[in-house]
Design a protein around this ligand. Sequence first.
Ligand code: ADP
Ligand code: MG
Length: 326
Amino acid sequence: MSLMEIKDLKVHYPIRGGFWNRVVDTVKAVDGVTFNLEAGETYGLVGESGSGKSTTAKAIIGLEKATSGTVTYKGKDVTKAQNRRELDYNHDVQMIFQDSLSSLNPRKRIEDIIAEPLRNFEHLSKNNEKLRVLQLLDIVGLDPDALYKYPHQFSGGQRQRIGVARAVATHPRLIIADEPVSALDLSVQAQVLNFMKKIQREFDISYLSISHDLGVVRHMCNHIAIMNKGRIVEMGTREDIYQHPMHIYTKRLLAAIPETNVNHREEHRQHRLQIEKIYQEQQQTYYDQEGMAFPLVKISATHSVALPPEQATQYQNQANREEVSI
Ligand SMILES: Nc1ncnc2c1ncn2[C@@H]1O[C@H](COP(=O)(O)OP(=O)(O)O)[C@@H](O)[C@H]1O
Ligand SMILES: [Mg+2]
């Protein structure tokens, strides 16, 4: 059984307007997202800004109400608050936010910030609590004197590590990290990601890492879903996505990863221009009349793509023939 099953999740926001403040339109922030999360695995959810990644994360954790669809954890639908309470869901699933300065209470000391989830869910003695917090600081590579400081006394990278320490304090089953490092310098990003990996090995945690940059999740995630305008357009293993991308949107995101090797810069620039040309030519065929992506088609055991209808039929026919020949 999967750790978590997300099925046809939708979050639609009404837009009100006019004199009567009636609902005049809806924003389909998330529009039919389906995927499973397995225990101890690392997933990436990638797409440009506005594609619905944060809303998906918030609906999974219960910070945003789902319009429809289900999120099943331990056999119960945790889009319902009652079920979340019964399962102590917010003990098992934690979130790390992009902006560590606004997500850490500026008036609280680090000791209290990290201990907060422990105080909510585990009733430890003062001494044991302090020991746990010191252990957590050690895991994320911060000195014990951090205990008595406030968030503004740390650098961005250090604050993000404090966020990681707080998220792992209760030994959760799943951590959702929403662009945890995108505000940081490259070298600090690598550091924070390494801490997250180390902690994952230690506590057997699943990660759902959200990013707008396919370069960031490459070293971190074994499974990747590409999101575009509220829908998943391609989903597969790291190899499927980086070696055999099929959706035009995925190809474009891949071409947008900056080339760090100076010797390959010109080659990379040419490649990006070429992909951009193909994107401009073929773009419409990959979306329906409303501009939404098509349903996902399974093209291998691990790889699914929102292919245009003609291509989808080809794959389905091929799959049928293979079934017959077996
Ligand atoms: N509370 C809200 N009310 C109306 N629209 C929203 C709200 N929150 C997000 N949206 C819209 O939903 C879409 C997806 O947003 P978001 O999930 O934040 O995307 P991402 O995290 O991929 O950048 C965007 O068009 C955004 O403007
Ligand atoms: Mg976001």
